[in-house]
Design a protein around this ligand. Structure first.
Ligand SMILES: O=C(O)CCC(=O)C(=O)O
Ligand SMILES: [Fe+2]
Length: 309
């Protein structure tokens, strides 16, 4: 087991937005991870999402494979993803992705039939809408944390039909927990702007703040009741020239089954992600070239799946 981290709690409902944004800045600079509390997403909705998730993953594999991933959405069975492309064995998790509900031609969601899971679609659609609006509220505070206008990310087009993805995850329990080279989710950083993760209380998530340090030190991120675990993604790291950190994380296998639900908020495909003026200078030039968000996302997905999306 790794060391246990104590990450800051950020209160989304606080009326003192300036102090909140300062806390966010500190967290994003130090570890790129924090907890989000008083976020306004009802417990009852989160519970329904986890209940539906358990029902879905307990379906026979043939039923789940009817929704097999095509492009950016759908079901991915165990071993089909390798978040750390240097590993030989695929990750043990199984997952299903749900993308934008409207307005994006190339993202076609795949839903279980009503006869099989009648509440799945309405539950996931409510959760999707709620999480996107929560993430957008958080992004205004992240803009303030960067000393930008709170609408900066809206104004550069990142949040116009954003590429938001919900990913429901299921990690198997004990049977394979002894094999050290296998992970529920191997080491990776997230690709987009920000991730909001709901966890079920079973441990497993770890972060490594210094990925180039050897040996790497992995620290446990415990579940906090009613809080989302938030982390910064690679495109936010690119915008901020590495001031805000997109930190390496992974999920180890334990003897218990584990469920989690992530919302990845990625910029609109056409948004160009380029170093913020306030984050570079003559002495610290941009570390990354400007890139169209859609192109970056596809490159990263293709590396994970070893197939074109
Ligand atoms: O399940 C978790 O705790 C983390 C999942 C994760 O890092 C991911 O899906 O990108
Ligand atoms: Fe992740």
């Amino acid at each position: 087991m790794g060391e246990t981290l104590k990450l800051p709690l950020i209160d989304l409902s606080s009326s003192d937005r300036i102090s909140t944004s300062k806390l966010i800045r500190q967290a994003c600079v130090e570890s790129g991870f924090f907890y989000l509390i008083n976020h306004g997403v009802e417990d009852e909705l989160i519970k329904r999402v986890f209940d539906e998730s358990k029902k879905f993953f307990s379906l026979p594999v043939e039923e789940k494979m009817k929704l097999e991933r095509k492009g950016l959405t759908g079901y991915t069975p165990m071993y089909s993803e390798t978040l750390d492309p240097t590993l030989k064995t695929g990750d043990l998790k199984e997952s299903i992705y749900i993308g934008p509900l409207t307005g994006v031609d190339h993202v076609q969601n795949r839903w279980p039939s009503e006869e099989v899971l009648s509440l799945w679609r309405p539950t996931m659609e409510s959760y999707y809408e709620k999480l996107i609006s929560t993430a957008k509220r958080l992004i205004t505070l992240i803009a303030l944390a960067l000393n930008l206008d709170e609408n900066f990310f809206e104004d550069v087009g990142a949040l116009r039909n954003p590429m938001g993805f919900i990913r429901l995850l299921h990690y198997p329990g004990e049977q394979i927990a002894s094999n050290k080279e296998m992970y529920g989710a191997s080491a990776h950083s997230d690709y987009g702007m920000v991730t909001l993760l709901a966890t079920d209380g079973v441990r497993g998530l770890q972060i490594c703040k210094e990925k180039d340090k050897h040996p790497q030190i992995w620290e446990d991120v415990p579940h906090v009741d009613k809080a989302f675990i938030v982390n910064i993604g690679d495109m936010m790291e690119r915008w901020t020239n590495c001031l805000f950190r997109s930190t390496l994380h992974r999920v180890t296998l334990t003897t218990e089954e584990r469920y989690s639900v992530a919302l990845f908020l990625d910029p609109n495909d056409d948004c160009v992600v380029e170093c913020l003026k306030s984050c570079c200078s003559e002495n610290s030039p941009p570390s990354f070239l400007p890139i169209r968000s859609g192109d970056y996302l596809r490159t990263r997905f293709n590396l994970t799946y070893a197939s074109e999306v």
